[in-house]
Design a protein around this ligand. Structure first.
Ligand code: TLP
Length: 339
């Protein structure tokens, strides 16, 4: 099977497993795991923030990010296709008691005027607008990069209006690889940032939330409350450290394969969108049926935004796999009346 469902499906390499095997460990709830401490310092530094906190998943670091910048009853502004709104099981309401206000924007981009118009005036009737969440790259938009200029403009508008800014940077290093702009440049415009080591970077687990020292101390409490306090976590943190140290630059290979995949699919007759990074969206009439047909051909993909299938290149997929996937899709196109 050629697995293009996500960049989360990768398996740790021998070198990563060796780093895990050799990692010194301690009890991280006591702050005594040397590998977790090293990882947190490394990522804080990488992102230009004072501190960082290691957690099991991107969902948890996003939810801790929401928790530390809001109080119950607040309103959080975010794009209508954002992961926090679409794919996190209603957690902002469940865990932080906040209300989400979704906003439209092409390619996952929110513009300053849309945000300005959505911020509520002070009035007893209204929830308080407290936090803006941005996503880069943007998953449901097909891995689109939020340009630094546009990102800075909307984030600074939000801050002027008294909002905190959280960046869901699960794939922020894809934006770095696609543009050559260091990830920290985007982070400079956000109060909290979550990044994942278990997407394109190839670790089996692990995400970090970065911010100022005080915010990350609060985040540490929230992580405990959410059940994310781990003990000898160095054994998995070693994989994340290995991922950040070794696998950020090679993301451009995934991007090139995604471009080749999109070009091949277009040549076969599909409406495949040109990717900025590693996610290819293909518009089809019947996405579940197309997925079933691909599976029969030995290719796995997932549903994208409504009307689209998503194919995701990753560390475990090579050029030959991309060719095979294109050949499979070409056969389906030739034989399926409805696509
Ligand atoms: N995204 C997964 C699925 O949940 C859809 C995927 O396959 O793309 N932020 C963004 C932008 C993400 O894409 C994801 C994972 C997360 C956060 C959550 O990360 P995890 O899965 O570690 O909780």
């Amino acid at each position: 099977m050629i697995d293009l469902r996500s960049d989360t499906v990768t398996r740790p390499t021998e070198a990563m497993r060796r780093a895990m095997l050799e990692a010194p460990v301690g009890d991280d709830v006591f702050g005594e795991d040397p590998t977790v401490n090293r990882l947190e310092e490394y990522v804080a530094d990488l992102l230009g923030k004072e501190a960082a906190l290691y957690a099991p998943s991107g969902t948890m670091t996003n939810q801790i990010g929401v928790q530390v910048s809001t109080i119950r009853g607040d309103e959080v502004l975010l794009h209508e296709g954002s992961h926090i709104f679409v794919y996190e099981a209603g957690a902002p309401a469940m865990l932080s008691g906040v209300q989400l206000r979704t906003l439209p924007g092409d390619n996952g981009i929110l513009d300053p005027e849309t945000v300005r118009a959505a911020v509520r005036p002070e009035d007893v009737h209204f929830p308080r607008s407290r936090l803006l969440c941005l996503e880069n790259t943007h998953n449901t938009a097909g891995g689109k990069v939020f340009s630094l200029e546009d990102f800075a403009a909307v984030a600074e508008t939000a801050r002027e209006l008294g909002l905190k800014v959280h960046l869901d940077g699960a794939r922020l290093f894809n934006a770095q690889a696609a543009t050559g702009i260091p990830a920290r440049e985007w982070c400079a415009h956000a109060d909290t940032v979550s990044v994942c080591s278990s997407k394109g970077l190839g670790a089996p687990v692990g995400s970090l939330l970065a911010g100022d020292g005080e915010t990350i101390s609060e985040a540490r409490r929230a992580r405990k409350a959410f059940g994310g306090g781990m003990r000898q976590a160095g054994i998995i943190a070693a994989a994340s450290l290995y991922a950040f140290e070794n696998n950020t630059e090679r993301l451009s290979e995934d991007h090139e394969r995604a471009r080749n995949l999109a070009a091949g699919l277009r040549e076969a007759g599909y409406d495949a969108r040109e990717p900025d990074t590693n996610l290819v969206l293909v518009a089809v009439d019947d996405p579940p049926e197309f997925l079933r047909a691909l599976t029969r051909e030995g290719v796995l993909a997932t549903l994208g935004k409504p009307g689209f299938v998503r194919l995701c290149t990753n560390l475990d997929v090579d050029d030959r796999d991309i060719e095979t996937a294109i050949e499979a899709a070409t056969r389906i196109f030739a034989t399926t009346p409805e696509r």
